[in-house]
Design a protein around this ligand. Sequence first.
Ligand code: PEP
Ligand code: MG
Length: 754
Amino acid sequence: MTAPANVGGSRMLLRKLREIMEDGDSAQERLNRLVAMVASVMVADVCSIYLTRGNHNELFATQGLMPEAVHRTRLKQGEGLVGLVAENARPLNIADAPHHERFSYRPETGEDPYQSFLGVPILRSERVFGVLVVQNSVQRIYGDDEVEALQTIAMVLAEMVAANAFGDLSGLADVEARPSRPDALNGRVFSEGLAIGVAVLHEPHAPLGRVIADDPVREEARLNAALKQVRDAIAEMLEGDPGRISGVSREVLETFLMLASDPSWEVKLKNGVRAGLSADAAVERVRGEHRAKINAARDPYLRERMHDLEDLDNRLLRALAGEDGAAAQSMPENAILIARELGPAELLDYGADRLKGVALEEGGNTAHAVIVARAMGIPMVGLLPGLLSRVEDGDPLVLDGESGAVLLRPEPAVVSTYEERLQLRSARAAEFARLKDTPAVSRDGVAMSLLLNAGLALDVHHIGEVGAEGVGLFRTEFQFMVSETLPRLDSQTQLYRDVFEAAGDRPVTFRTLDLGGDKVLPYVKAEKEENPALGWRAVRIGLDRPALLRYQLRALINAAEGRRLRVMFPLVTTVAEFDAARALVDRELEWHARFGRGGPASVEVGVMLEAPALAWSISALAGKADFLSIGTNDLMQYFFAADRGNARVSDRYDVLSPPALRFLQRISEDADAAGIPASICGEAAGRPLEALAFTALGFRRLSMPASGIGPVKRLVLSLDVGVASETVKALMREDRSSIRTELTEFAKKERIPL
Ligand code: PEP
Ligand code: MG
């Protein structure tokens, strides 16, 4: 492997840079020498440093432009080519700058003669501090080597600004290198709760002050060791136990191993080290390139590959930081994880011990991680634009998973308010814990069944503490989503046995695989659909690929030996679909019996009502379906034509609106008439006000996340169902978009705790 020609040049450049930084000159003097040196080494007519101050990019030093312009030329954010570079956080390399549409002419700089322009962001951990520019009077495009060299300098510069190496530079105080002031972001609550802790970046970065290396040979050795460690760890995962509950899919791991062994990645990393960067900084620079490519890529496949590369960069950085690649090590006790996006397996890898909360910059695709976070009882807030650029590793944080706020570096007074709130929450939790063995019977004697929604055996272990009567919805697809390969019959059987075991005498309702829509399996090739929520999903897949469904039913029947088996099918739209699904259960039971096995003590087969069409077929299900469970998450998304996963519309319509409540009431009445017990198992059932309305409509079984059981039970205990029923039915007759306010007032008046 030979180093390209620029390596020697870059090393000299970094050495000179270091000399400049280490001598005793004033900060301004050092910046001036830096631009002069860069201009000379890069044979540029101009080299300038712009640093971001407030809403402006200010010229801090220049070689080649008018010296009077320094600290005078201030470009508004987004203004000019400098603004463009800062905005995109990507290099801009053009031959004819004055004719670029974003060119902004500033006469005081005297930049008229310069045609070509290369600007690179001064960037550290996603935060742009400014822009480093070179210009030449001839029209030319700068070579890749030159772009790379300038990026390396910019990186060192960023590091110096962050480390406050220019402490005496006037005006630098408000170039916010490392954010120190309190700040707040508002996002969306994905998993409810509160956490006070310190930030742990899911994507680490090189330690401050370790950018330029003293000893390139030593850095190369560190890099080699880390590379080996990462490759070995992936190979080990590939050879490891395929039944592991967490971890990425085999296909992803194989791609990983392939990428990790790719010589061009290694060459790039080594070039950085040979150019004088520390191994950590070399990885960070390559990661910066990968990120820029991710941002530029439109093709989703390409983006994904780039994400894989970025993930490898992160693993390598962790390995260099002395960890063995496992995320959970070296975590503080009160970690709040900061990430752009997070998969369910990654979250499980962190474990619930030290992780107190999760904040996500994006989180549009977090449906599965959200359910895992809820199962782990960890608050999660997402959709926080700008998060990654405003938090540093180790920053104190408050994660308010009640309002959706994330407070960065909060004042002590704010922290103490939150500490009080945390105490209040634990007092409430203690109150709910006291209710755990109290049956949920209303003041007028109506008995409610409050059941648990679960997706991992982990959830079910706490069923006793939570005080639920059973599991009303066990989402079986979870095991499939978080495992490396398609779970085999024995591992499926084992999971269902564990669930039965954990539930003890309490009944469990298993929902068969609900794949498709946003729930995709990494190891099953899925065709891209225009409208996945309306596409090939849930029982539709099960009926078209009966082998998968029969396999699962077989595992359920095996696990239910001698027990009560309740199984239901998701997104059934027609009675014929239910008949076909039920026939599969019967076939599997026969098959089981043929081998002389005992089989379950009893079998009940139910239907999930999630497609509005089925609501008009309930009478035809009489005598066929043993029970019916309304999945309001899906039913409401189809009822209101509003995507449940799209933050823009998912909260736009209210289940507590007369049309939705009339619809649910009708379902309840039709189910009663057909003699089919009906329950509600969408997330709404776990919110006290909604639970009040559903009870008033006649529902007696509600299944919900663990966090809902205590509050809903407390509500039921103080409820007069007769009075609530009259109130809700009267409100439903009125023409309004929601009865939420009126119902809240009613609850207040009646002293019903919400
Ligand atoms: C529902 O749709 O309400 C439901 C309970 O199923 P899931 O949320 O798993 O789609
Ligand atoms: Mg559903």
